[in-house]
Design a protein around this ligand. Structure first.
Ligand SMILES: Nc1ncnc2c1ncn2[C@@H]1O[C@H](COP(=O)(O)OP(=O)(O)O)[C@@H](O)[C@H]1O
Ligand SMILES: [Mg+2]
Length: 397
């Protein structure tokens, strides 16, 4: 089975170095591998010491590298949708170039990058696609984006092409929104289908692994825990943690004694929080990891284990199960704060809010006649209880 490995984490923690190490290891196993960067600040070219173009390039046997240029992808794959969305925006910002504005919507660039990756996954014969991501903030917005955008699209364009043409005069007046022309509508439909596919691909545990990279220091650890919580909120398959820049124990320099203690403190904290996952510890090297030879050090020191690419089943995940005469939805939200979690039931979804993030979890049909009867947050797990609604009691008895 072809797999996608997505490396995420705060800026500068070592995502590119560690993702590249995986790609080198993978190619070395004789497996056809693509290393792709969705970070606008690309640096794979620097690592491999050559300038990379807008397309996939072969670096060595079994190893291809690709620095995605989202604008290029958008112009070539979805020109109409680009123009249409750009047009909507240029209405707001007078006389500007819509296409450029579009690229400024947060998450947009990453979204087009991911769509391109999904396309490569389908069409090309890479057995492993290793994704070196932009820093956490952008990655998070991009991961919730398909859900968000398809929700928007449903609200904006609930009707087929024909309907849109008939409704056009009204819609303009009613919504003050220019309805898309036919070509754009085709593209919107195409994008729709692709978004649905993308979402399925990224959440499919048989396909996608999310790997989080961190370092043992306060600010990074905090962000790492939040990142993990949100990944679980959106039900992504996080199946590995990398703690990078660990000082060698035998450093023999009094200046670093206290730093060793500080690092150890955060390392054990991380081990507690991420107990469910395999954890890889990456040493702090005595040189910058520039160039392939240096990256090979990570391969030798940390990735010798044959299980690094294994498809793992991490037990904790969101699930509905029958409990007594009701149902329970369990969502894994490690590190969430109880007072931060908010919950309500909409027509067909249960909506969970955690801080600034919100997720709609569709209810299975069987639960449509049930309602939320209570919720508990314990040991990083949010458990929501559903009970049957008995309508018009007595009438039919
Ligand atoms: N374990 C390490 N030892 C020494 N230098 C490192 C280590 N990990 C990363 N670096 C260096 O830190 C910088 C940032 O690493 P990089 O992999 O580009 O991070 P990111 O992709 O997360 O921004 C690079 O210069 C890299 O060579
Ligand atoms: Mg990077």
């Amino acid at each position: 089975m072809k797999r996608i490995y997505i490396f995420t984490g705060k800026g500068g923690v070592g995502k590119s170095s560690i993702a590249t190490a995986h790609a080198i290891k993978s190619a070395g196993e004789g497996v056809r591998t693509l290393l792709v960067s969705t970070d606008m600040a690309h640096n794979l070219g620097d690592i491999f010491g050559r300038k990379l173009g807008a397309d996939i390039e072969t670096i060595s046997r079994n190893l291809d590298v690709y620095e995605i240029a989202p604008e290029y992808v958008m112009e070539h794959e979805f020109p109409e949708i680009g123009n249409y969305l750009g047009y909507l925006l240029s209405e707001e910002i007078d006389g500007s170039n819509g296409l450029q504005e579009l690229c400024m919507i947060p998450g947009m660039e990453e979204l087009f990058s991911l769509l391109r990756i999904a396309e490569i996954y389908d069409k090309e014969d890479y057995e492993r696609i290793i994704v070196d991501c932009a820093p956490t903030g952008e990655t998070l917005s991009l991961l919730k984006f398909p859900e968000l955008l398809s929700w928007y699209m449903e609200k904006l364009f609930p009707i087929g092409k024909v309907g849109v043409r008939i409704l056009e005069p009204i819609s303009k007046a009613a919504f003050k929104v220019e309805m898309p022309n036919k070509a754009a509508m085709n593209d919107i439909e195409k994008l729709y289908v692709k978004l649905a596919g993308l979402q399925e691909l990224l959440k499919n545990r048989d396909v996608t692994s999310i790997r989080i990279v961190t370092t043992p220091e306060k600010m990074v650890v905090e962000e790492t825990k939040r990142n993990y919580m949100y990944m679980n909120l959106y039900d992504f398959n996080v199946d590995g943690l990398y703690i990078n820049r660990i000082l060698p124990k035998d450093i023999g320099n009094p200046f670093f004694e206290q730093w060793l203690d500080i690092q150890q403190g955060y390392i054990s904290l991380l081990k507690d929080t991420f107990a469910a996952l395999p954890i890889y510890e990456v040493p702090w090297y005595d040189e910058e990891l520039k160039g392939r030879e240096n990256i090979e050090r990570i391969v030798a020191d940390v990735l010798a284990d044959d299980e690094v690419f294994a498809a793992r089943v991490i037990a904790e995940r969101e699930c509905f199960r029958q409990v007594g005469d009701g149902y329970q939805l369990e969502v894994f939200l490690p590190g969430a704060k109880k007072e931060e979690i908010d919950l309500y039931q909409a027509a067909t979804d249960v909506v969970i809010k955690a801080g600034n993030f919100k997720r709609n979890i569709p209810l299975p049909n069987i639960l449509r006649s049930y309602e939320v009867a209570g919720a508990k947050f314990e040991e990083g797990k949010l458990r929501i209880r559903f009970e049957k609604v008995w309508e018009g009691s007595g009438e039919h008895a």
